[in-house]
Design a binder for this molecule. Structure first.
Ligand code: KG4
Ligand code: ZN
Length: 348
């Protein structure tokens, strides 16, 4: 069992955690940049980089302190390598490389999406594979079949915007600001989800892909044609349309794979209506559902440590010195080790 320091700087949160055995969180510090990006209505990559540089030292100190450990107690360092904002990724990766080199601690680069998937093991340590996993975040809306830690088959993905991106864009056009997901989640509680029937993009029969750019355009047209609008009703109706598709496709994926377990994670999995409706639907279908605590669904270092743990079990040495010095941030979308495989007969 390893004690792993996990680092994530993929977007607008600087996070470092200490995790024992891939499942027990000793600390999980998150420095949010919401205040910085709020006034621009979205994440400004250049500012995100600078804020990561300022925050990473103090966040690292806080993570060790809260866990009550020093680097001498850490068996390995895990860091998000990709995907994400390239400059933001570079800050975490450079920090992790220097720390690994200086303290002779093995380094494990981690794919951010694998981190989201592995957040399930932080919530339910004895969760068994296989399971179907919906990763629904600001950059991705993917369905995976997780056969075992490290073996993820892609079942479906968004063909355009991610669900979180749709939340953020709709929030902006409704004048609610950034970050959009939590704003819409809150306001939707005061609105009528049946007020406006926004389109649900199910795509071709049996497709497990997603599309969220159309709904964003529909909201824009609706708002232009119906000014002044009941913003809470529009927010609730938009959210209902997104949640309907996410729930239906996730259950379809579980049926398709004959899976008995479902995991839902990523920033949008913090959405209260999605959590509620996913619970109801999975219970009705007799599926075990794991939705990690909202703090574990949004970006955090603990999930990165969790994703590195099973690799450490396989080989605890991490990168050798040449690889350690040579490794760089990469913006490609593939899960590590080419383990992202298109599911056969994915589209009919
Ligand atoms: O996973 P995450 O923290 O970062 C990425 O990897 O993208 O996800 C961020 C996304 C943002 O689009 C944000 O608006 C959305 O998650 N989000 C939510 C909620 N909380 C965060 N969307 C809907 N409802 C929420 N409560
Ligand atoms: Zn994320």
């Amino acid at each position: 069992m390893a004690r792993i320091l996990g680092i994530d700087t993929s977007c607008d949160d600087t996070s470092i955690a200490v995790v024992d055995g891939g499942t027990t969180i000793l600390s999980n510090i998150v420095a949010s940049q919401v205040e910085v990006h709020h006034r621009y209505g979205g994440v400004v990559p250049e500012l995100a980089c600078r804020k990561h540089i300022e925050a990473i030292g103090p966040v690292y100190q806080a993570a060790l302190e809260e866990a009550g450990v020093t680097m001498a107690d850490i068996d390995a360092i895990a860091v998000t390598r990709n995907p994400g904002l390239i400059g933001a990724l570079l800050v975490g990766l450079s920090f992790a490389k220097a720390l690994a080199y200086a303290t002779h601690t093995p380094l494990f680069p981690v794919n951010h999406l694998e981190g989201h998937i592995c957040s399930a093991f932080l919530e339910v340590p004895d969760l068994a594979c296989p399971f179907v996993c919906l990763v629904v975040s600001g950059g991705h809306t993917d369905l995976y079949y997780c056969e075992a830690p490290g073996t993820y088959r892609l079942l479906g993905e968004t063909r355009d915007d991610a669900a979180g991106e749709a939340f953020d864009k709709v929030s902006k056009l409704l004048g609610l600001g950034y970050p959009g997901g939590p704003m819409i989640d809150r306001l939707a509680r005061e609105g009528k989800p049946t007020a406006v029937r926004f389109p649900r993009a199910y795509l071709e029969k049996d497709s497990l892909d997603f599309s969220f750019s159309g709904i964003k355009t529909s909201v824009l047209h609706y708002v232009r044609q119906h000014a002044p609008t009941q913003v809470a009703d529009v927010a609730a109706s938009f959210q209902q349309a997104v949640v309907d598709v996410l729930v239906d496709k996730t259950l379809a994926a579980a049926r398709y794979c004959a899976a008995s377990r479902v995991v839902v994670t990523g920033g949008v999995a913090a959405n209260s209506q999605l959590r509620r409706e996913m619970r109801t639907a999975c219970a009705a279908a007799g599926l075990q559902l794991v939705i990690p605590h909202p703090r574990l669904c949004t970006d955090n270092g603990a999930m990165i440590a969790a994703a590195a743990h099973w690799r450490w079990l396989g080989d605890p040495t991490g990168l050798d010195e040449a690889a350690l010095l040579g490794i760089d941030a990469a913006s490609d979308d593939q899960l590590a080790d080419g383990s992202l495989i298109a599911w056969p007969n994915q589209r009919t």
